[in-house]
Design a protein around this ligand. Structure first.
Ligand code: AMP
Ligand code: GLY
Length: 428
């Protein structure tokens, strides 16, 4: 088979790496891919951007690609799955209508209300003055969210009314997120520990993967501004087996059943971002794709071939498809460019990668890198995902950081506490 992965970050490198292990696959194309994908024996990067739907459609036809997996949310929200399916292509991911679960927070909140899926109480506004008046009546802490896609930057967890006011003005008046901020959601601030659950779905059946935990703030101890994610680990001990059952019954199954009942069946990976509160798990957000960097810690634990799972999702035969995982934990540490998540420079030379990867239980997924001859340079905010497997979480964390310390580029920074919360939970 020839498989195409749409995207070019650490998540797509991990997907291409896992797909390449399938004996069914001869080539994994990636649009646009990255130097990590290019180094895979079966990997082949194609210089097309993720939003070039026509170019991607033409490429699939010309190269007779058998199966396409879409990584990022933007092309999903724009309808790439509908467009490719209309041409008779096999593609893994939700339709544009189903992708509204991520593309519109207003849609997602109303949907959860309709189907009684636990989430924070909220109100939504198209008018800034009304939003400000509501905010003042509620006080802080409170959460302000731009309705549309804002590259992960549209959410403010405001500890003061002033911070919430500023977030409302930024979104609705200054329009820093463009039309995505025309409407805002104001919701109750939930307290607890976060966890991510990714689940396969064929539109009827939902099959959760093991839980993971992301680390969104840029600095240790969850300090500083939010990023796309500075590291992750799986499994997440906060998701006990009982809690996993509750999440399945109260969140995942009702979501898939609700989407089907509303005539927009959900196929692909459903990502539930959860807050584990004292009143049980509540949905902070739905995403309509694999998480980044959660994928980088979940897929290395998957023992089964992933390609039959993708096919089962596309064909509606997920029920009864066995999926096995290692019990061994996996940890990924994101190495970022100096300044990230604010302005940062690109083009810094990266050294030490081969040394870091000399440990067979270490994989370095590329997120923002660029090759020039034999040399590798930074080319994004999140540069590398240094990933390790091990027998225990402690050993795995140590292994990941040993590898991290072998890699160098100007301005590199990373959190030094990835996985610590889980260690505390397990030892306590
Ligand atoms: P989102 O893009 O909706 O996942 O939000 C980004 C981050 O903001 C989440 O990962 C949480 O850390 C935080 N967040 C979002 N909504 C809430 C909420 N209602 N209460 C507390 N934190 C939240
Ligand atoms: N790790 C957060 C996300 O993928 O949205």
């Amino acid at each position: 088979m020839k498989v195409l992965v749409v995207g070019g970050g650490g998540r797509e490198h991990a997907l291409a790496w896992k797909i390449a292990q399938s004996s069914m696959v001869e080539t994994v194309f990636c649009t646009p891919g990255n130097p990590g994908v290019a180094m895979l024996e079966k990997g082949c990067c194609v210089p097309l951007t993720v939003n070039d739907m026509v170019g991607i459609g033409d490429f699939i036809a010309e190269y007779a690609v058998d199966l396409t997996i879409v990584g990022p949310e933007e092309p999903l929200a724009a309808g790439i799955v509908d467009a490719l399916q209309a041409k008779g292509r096999l593609v893994f991911g939700p339709s544009a209508a189903a992708a509204r679960l991520e593309g519109s927070k207003s849609f997602a909140k109303a949907f959860m209300t309709r189907w009684n899926i636990p989430t924070a109480p909220y109100a939504e506004f198209d008018d800034a003055e009304a939003a400000l008046a509501y905010l003042r009546s509620r006080g802080a802490p409170i959460v302000v969210k731009a309705d549309g896609l804002a590259a992960g930057k549209g959410v403010t967890v405001a500890r003061s009314v002033e911070a919430a006011e500023a977030a409302i003005r930024e979104a609705m008046v200054d329009r820093v997120f463009g039309d995505a901020g025309k409407r805002v959601i104001i919701e109750e601030c939930l307290e607890g520990e976060e966890a991510s659950i990714l689940a396969f779905s064929d539109g009827k059946t939902v099959l959760p993967m093991p839980g993971s935990q992301d680390h969104k703030p840029v600095f240790d101890d969850d300090q500083g501004p939010n990023t796309g994610g500075m590291g992750a680990y799986s499994p997440a001990p906060v998701v006990t087996p009982e809690l996993a059952t509750e999440i399945d019954e109260r969140i995942l199954k009702p979501c898939i059943a609700g989407m089907a009942a509303e005539g927009t069946p959900y196929t692909g990976v459903l990502y539930a971002g959860l807050m584990i509160t004292q009143d049980g798990p509540k949905v902070v957000e739905f995403n309509v794709r694999f998480g980044d960097p959660e994928t980088q810690v979940v897929l290395p634990r998957m023992v089964s071939d992933i390609v039959p799972i993708f096919l089962a999702c596309c064909e509606g035969s997920l029920a009864g498809t066995p999926v096995e995982y290692l019990v061994d934990p996996c940890v990924t540490v994101v190495m970022a460019s100096g300044g990230y998540p604010k302005a940062y420079e690109k083009g810094k030379e990266i050294t030490g990668l081969a040394d870091a990867e000399s440990d067979p239980d270490v994989m370095v997924f590329h997120a923002g890198t660029k090759r020039d001859g034999d040399r590798l340079f930074t080319n994004g905010g999140r540069v590398l995902n240094v990933t390790a497997r091990g027998a225990t979480l402690k050993e795995t964390i140590d292994r990941a950081y040993v590898a991290v310390r072998k890699i160098h580029f100007d301005g590199a920074h990373y959190r030094t506490d990835i996985g610590r919360k889980a260690l505390v939970r397990w030892s306590g």
